[in-house]
Design a protein. Structure first.
Length: 426
């Protein structure tokens, strides 16, 4: 039997797709890159935003129309968040919930034989150390925990991922070691909230980072998104861990709004004062730090004054990366009962922040022009050349290098999203 898998969304969901592939291959199924060759198509969905929901819906409908003779199975967050809509897309579609990946082969077998199987519900089963089939990338995604401790009013992902379930440090380190031995040069520690790791088992994220970073080999560790409220218990420990030579000087610390009132309405669990204190500590101890933030523009209770506070915060902390999202209702989310602000206002605010984002990030990157950077070459560029990462996790375009190697480059040009460079002779 031949199976085609396509995964959407976050790094964690990409890793889920690798687990599905590993389970199928372990059970004798053939994975194909050409959808036309497949007997079964698996769509591993993302459902975080409304445009993504529309994209998933359209994709499933299109596949059913274009490939009426192939079996289609849906996995990912859509399965748990919106089974009603999924059912309307076809009563003949089988499902694999994100906590039921170990049953992937049985669902595919049953579906191929004409049965409709829908595996859903939460599980405490670990996703570490299980068979995985990646894309031969030098980047290894390592899931350290699933679920979260949050109650954010705008989020529907928590309904798919459930309560926090941290995996064993020993198992995580063992998988990292195996990946490095197999040629991985970048280990990405990922979760819905890496800062929540161990809060249910009594261990700390900082200890995990250090154990992975202390493994033998030439590699870098990237730590995924951390919720500010959960980093508060171990700020100094995490700073110390990120100072390790093998860990990128990078943190992804979503703030979502610069207004304490809006943060309270969102049930974020932290204040702007606490957030700025965290950022200040990191930047003081790690001057080369790359700070990535997330901002939701136009939350239903966001006034002009609240928006002004967000502008003020961004200009003050000057993050190197800013991810902007216009607010939209999500199924099951508490904020969906609120009245959305006029879309013209939301659009205007988003455009204003986008311009600020371009200014801040380009200015930050400009400071690196004419500097010499030791970069890790991680992947081929889509338009030629190679993509490398500085120690601060900033992407650099470089020519004529070997994947998986560290090289010295001189930065020649800066944009708001990446750097250009020339290779220096050894």
């Amino acid at each position: 039997m031949k199976v085609f898998i396509e995964s959407y969304g976050c790094t964690f969901n990409q890793a889920d797709g690798q687990i599905i592939a590993g389970n199928l291959q372990e059970n004798g199924m053939v994975l194909v890159d050409n959808i036309g060759e497949a007997d079964v198509i698996i769509v591993n969905t993302c459902y975080v935003k409304l445009p993504t929901e529309d994209k998933m819906t359209y994709r499933i409908q299109k596949l059913k129309k274009e490939y009426p003779d192939k079996k289609i199975i849906v996995g990912g967050c859509m399965v748990e968040i919106d089974p009603e809509k999924l059912n309307k897309l076809g009563e003949d579609i089988s499902w694999i919930g994100p906590h039921q990946l170990n049953k992937s082969a049985s669902v595919v077998n049953a579906s191929y034989c004409g049965e409709i199987i829908r595996e859903t519900g939460f599980s405490k089963e670990s996703k570490v150390g299980v068979p995985k089939v990646g894309d031969d990338s030098l980047i290894h995604i390592l899931q350290i925990c699933e679920g979260c401790l949050g109650a954010c009013t705008f989020c529907c992902t928590r309904f798919a991922r459930g309560p926090l379930n941290s995996y064993s440090i020993e198992d995580i380190v063992a998988e990292a070691q195996e990946a490095i031995e197999n040629g991985a040069c970048e280990i990405q520690l990922t979760a819905q909230d890496t800062a929540a790791f161990g809060r249910d088992s009594g261990v700390k994220l900082s200890d995990l980072i250090k154990e992975v970073a202390n493994l033998n080999g030439d590699f870098r560790v990237r730590v995924g998104m951390m919720h500010p409220k959960n980093i508060l218990n171990d700020v100094d420990g995490i700073i110390d861990a990120i100072k390790h030579l093998k860990v990128y000087d990078f943190i992804h610390l979503p703030v979502q709004s610069g207004s304490d009132k809006v943060l309270s309405d969102m049930r974020r669990g932290h204040t702007i004062s606490q957030y700025k204190e965290i950022v200040s500590k990191f930047k003081k101890e790690i001057p080369s730090l790359t700070l990535a933030v997330d901002i939701i523009v136009g939350y239903p209770t966001e006034s002009d004054e609240d928006f002004g506070e967000t502008v003020k915060l961004l200009k003050e902390i000057k993050p190197s990366l800013i991810h902007l999202s216009k607010y939209q209702h999500r199924i099951g989310a508490i904020s969906s009962s609120l009245v959305e602000i006029p879309h013209e206002i939301m659009k205007k605010r988003s455009k204003f922040l986008s311009e600020i984002k371009q200014e801040i990030t380009k200015e930050e990157n400009k400071e690196l022009v004419n500097t010499v950077q030791n970069v890790l070459v991680v992947e081929k560029g889509s338009k030629g050349g190679y993509i490398a990462k500085t120690n601060s996790y900033i992407p650099v375009i470089v020519e004529d290098v070997e994947l998986g190697t560290f090289v010295n480059v001189k930065i020649t040009e800066a944009t708001s999203t990446y750097l250009k460079s020339e290779l220096l002779e050894e």
